[in-house]
Design a protein around this ligand. Structure first.
Ligand code: AMP
Length: 399
């Protein structure tokens, strides 16, 4: 268990709590919210603070305005949806730390909520400028970090501010940290990670960290091709980073030394075209033709993965096992995810997943609800898997 200061340790009655949330919600072409998961995730902390008698100030980034005021990236459009979700009015300040914020913050009463304008409308945010962090801190009495997905960034509203105010984890952040810690820091062994996705190059640090901590590591997706090629298999025109073959061997060597069993595909699904429903066949590793590409793992590989899931008490999953956006190359991902989901309810497996396409892949498989915990964080989840210290989490740790 990470020993960090929680909302329950704070005494917010009558105080002003500055809460860092992640309202970087996806929007559709018409500018309306296509998925309000991130707004909903913030509600328990806001409500808990309101009920405890706090005045609540919300801070978030949205998009990449690069230090300029861009009206298309104003957070004003969230005022009404938030008001509806909370069932109480949410005020909006037209700046982040400027005169409007100061006036509205000073006029807040217990239980009232104020949303500040996009934190990234000034470069001082991403520069983690101490003066800007101080300006934000001056608006309140305590800092609540409730955005794990932004915790890999040392920005003024998510890290710098904690130099000036006592910092606590919000309920959503605490839930995330508790689950992640249960999966990697203090897991029930044996621990299995399934790491898939397109490329080895984006997951080098992650693989190097995992092999030192796990009992089993299953590598799938396009990145497995690099490992297969490193072992001398001809992978035809598959996605493959040939220049990283020495690194793949190094990772396998490190795994061997650390007693981590690496599981690679033993059979594959190949096609000549990268397209949904492209004619395809299942074949052995030494049967891939020059004009074919590996787009999914085969049945035998999925069976072996199911055996590994049976042996595991903890599972960490990041990345699909094939080109899952195209039928039928989603098969291995869907079957393995469904199997893992069943083991959670039937055998008490602790299954945690996160990062980028993983959430979409598990939803596609209908397995997301069955997993113990799905992190919606992308970059922060990957950096946590890489074993890196996350600045937004470090500020919450008890010294
Ligand atoms: P990542 O963002 O690294 O997790 O990679 C996810 C992407 O990898 C998805 O878009 C998949 O379609 C893609 N992918 C997985 N396996 C393969 C494969 N064998 N060939 C090409 N792309 C793949």
């Amino acid at each position: 268990m990470v020993d960090f200061r929680r909302l329950e340790d704070a005494n917010p009655d009558g105080k002003t709590a500055l809460v860092r949330v992640d309202f970087n919600v996806p929007v559709n072409d018409t500018g309306s919210i296509s998925d309000d998961t991130r707004l909903r995730a913030a509600v328990p902390t806001i409500r808990a603070l309101q009920e405890a008698g706090a005045k609540v100030i919300l801070m978030s980034h949205f998009g990449r305005p690069k230090g300029k005021v861009e009206q298309s990236m104003s957070l004003g459009f969230l005022q009404m949806p938030l008001t509806e979700l909370l069932g109480s009015p949410v005020q909006f300040a037209k700046d982040c730390g400027g005169d409007d914020s100061k006036q509205k913050a000073a006029a807040l009463k217990s239980g009232e909520v104020l949303l500040l304008e996009n934190t990234r409308f000034q470069n001082e945010e991403t520069d983690n400028d101490a003066g800007f962090a101080r300006t934000l801190a001056d608006l309140g009495d305590m800092f609540i970090h409730d955005a794990f997905s932004a915790s890999h960034r040392a920005h003024a509203s998510s890290e710098g501010i904690a130099q000036f105010l006592p910092a606590y984890a919000g309920l959503s952040m605490a839930r995330e940290l508790d689950h992640l810690s249960q999966a990697l820091d203090h897991p029930k062994s044996p621990v299995l990670a399934v790491v898939g996705g397109a490329k080895v190059s984006t997951k080098i640090d992650l693989l190097q960290n995992l092999v030192t901590k796990l009992d089993m590591l299953a590598i799938g997706g396009g990145m497995a091709n690099t490992f297969l090629a490193a072992q001398g298999y001809d992978v035809g025109k598959s996605l493959c980073e040939h220049d990283l073959k020495p690194l793949a061997l190094k990772i396998m060597d490190a795994a061997k030394k650390a007693n981590c069993q690496i599981l690679l595909p033993t059979d594959v699904v190949v096609a000549k075209d990268f397209a949904a429903n492209a004619p395809h066949r299942v074949c052995g590793l030494d049967e891939v033709a020059d004009d074919e590409m590996i787009l999914d793992a085969g049945v035998q590989t999925v069976d072996q993965l199911a055996d590994a899931i049976d042996r595991a008490k903890t599972l960490i999953w990041n990345g699909p096992l094939g080109a899952f956006e195209m039928v039928p190359f989603d098969t291995a991902t869907v079957e393995a995810a469904q199997y893992a989901g069943r083991r959670v309810s039937e055998a008490g497996l602790i299954a945690v997943a996160g990062g980028g396409d993983t959430v979409a892949a598990l939803h596609h498989a209908g397995a997301a609800e069955k997993f113990t915990f799905i992190s919606t964080a992308g970059g922060a989840f990957l950096e946590w898997m890489e074993g890196k210290a996350l600045p937004g989490v470090e500020i919450l740790k008890k010294s």
